[in-house]
Design a protein. Structure first.
Length: 437
């Protein structure tokens, strides 16, 4: 008998322990990290880097020699014949010594060209590609960063609903306790059955609120789970800060939003474009060589034999006047730079105004919490007195519920303000672009 009792106790402890260990916890920072990893654009940074690397390789190949193979076959009906032209000169054998240019000509060639100097054009094109890569990656970063706002809204929505659910259950337990006292007083004739029915009706109303709360939590958990790629159940505890509601608000926080960094990168792209224009105005030098086999060989038009030949040289190109094309393009870049700077200043101003509003909200919540704590303590004292009077039969259930509901309202408002304060601090960090811990 004792062994059975011990086994039963062991199984009970084991099931309790497994229930405790099975309860998972999830922090806000973990949700943010998972949402970033799970985002559809999470792999774009590496893809853009691969594209940029390939593009840079293509641009740098401008310095590699270029080889082209060619072949040609020609037939000229009339060709130069110096023999007939010089036949009138009284020099014996002179006309026969100079063979006419062959009518049929053919050649096979290999043309090789090499860039010798491009005025820094390739270097500036590569720099433009590097800045373009940073802009593309920054655009992806902005898209991914925006998901954090959704995580904050859904995360704290669940936390808030869960806290309300706990308070509702606490009030249901209080109602149950009072209902027992009222039932006893009803049996002794101190209170009527109506007093008991009022408490039962209040309990049903609270149970309905708890059911609605659970349904709303389920919807938010599903949304958050979809964003983060994580299964979030009713047993998953959502933690924020270190579990004690740390405040991260800092009046001196700098604005580090990725949108502002994009404006800076855009200006860098315009600066790189201006350097590219300057490189385009510099001279370009090329070396070239032709290796061939033909008849006649090279420019020896009077040779009637097929022989190998080669031609080598260098060329310089310099557009000394482009009809102010470069100057106009530089003016366009300056105008775009002014537009970008103005847009950045406008975005900063809008952010500052929003941040100031959030700062005022945080300060208001801090003040409200102090007052609500005092109100909740007073309401709790009043409810305790009313509860004692209800047990003694000197107070009706309706009068007691008025005091109990006022206490419940004060406690719920206090918890809402506390959670909203922590949420507002995280939103402040989000607005300023600082790390959400």
């Amino acid at each position: 008998m004792n062994s059975i009792r011990h086994i039963t106790l062991f199984l009970l402890l084991l099931s309790t322990a497994s229930g405790l260990f099975s309860q998972e916890s999830l922090t806000l920072s973990e949700c943010l990290e998972k949402a970033t990893t799970n985002h559809k654009l999470a792999g774009e940074k590496e893809r853009y880097a691969a594209i940029s690397d390939l593009s840079s390789q293509i641009l740098r190949r401008a310095w590699m020699p270029v080889a082209d193979a060619g072949a040609s076959v020609l037939y000229n009906s009339d060709v130069a014949d110096l023999g007939s032209t010089l036949s009138g000169i009284p020099v014996p054998g002179l006309a026969d010594a100079i063979a006419p240019v062959p009518n049929a000509q053919y050649r096979f060639t290999l043309d090789v060209s090499q860039l010798l100097y491009d005025g820094g054009m390739t270097r500036e094109l590569v720099r433009n590609e590097e800045v373009a890569l940073k802009i593309s990656q920054q655009l992806s970063k902005i898209e991914i960063y925006s998901i954090k706002e959704q995580v904050l809204a859904n995360y704290f929505g669940i936390v808030l609903l869960d806290q309300q659910y706990r308070l509702i259950n606490t009030f249901i337990e209080t109602i149950d306790s009072q209902a027992k006292a009222v039932a006893s007083a009803t049996g002794s004739g101190v209170l009527t059955q109506a007093d008991n029915d009022i408490l039962i009706a209040e309990k049903l109303k609270l149970q309905q609120q708890a059911a609605e709360n659970r349904n709303m939590q389920k919807a938010l958990r599903n949304i958050l789970g979809e964003i983060t790629g994580t299964t979030i159940t009713e047993t998953t505890r959502l933690l924020y800060g270190n579990g004690q509601g740390d405040i991260f608000f800092n009046e001196t926080s700098d604005i580090k939003r990725p949108e502002l960094e994009l404006f800076d990168l855009t200006v860098s792209k315009l600066d790189a474009g201006e350097k590219l224009l300057a490189a385009g105005r510099r001279p370009k030098a090329y070396g070239f060589a032709t290796f061939g086999y033909g008849k006649p060989p090279g420019n020896n038009f009077f040779s009637d034999t097929a022989e190998p030949f080669f031609i080598a040289g260098a060329t310089l190109r310099w557009n000394i006047y482009d009809w102010d094309k470069t100057r106009n393009e530089r003016e366009i870049l300056n105008i775009r730079r002014d537009i970008t700077t103005a847009r950045k200043n406008d975005a900063e101003l809008k952010l500052i105004l929003i941040i100031e509003g959030k700062r005022a909200e945080i300060e208001t919540l801090q003040e409200s919490i102090v007052r609500l704590k005092e109100i909740a303590e007073l309401r709790s004292s009043i409810t305790a007195v009313m509860s004692s009077r209800l047990s003694n039969g000197t107070l009706t259930s309706s009068e007691y519920l008025i005091a109990a509901n006022q206490e419940r309202e004060a406690l719920i408002n206090l918890e809402i303000k506390k959670i909203n304060l922590v949420k507002a601090n995280y939103e402040f960090l989000f607005l300023t672009g600082n790390e959400l811990k």
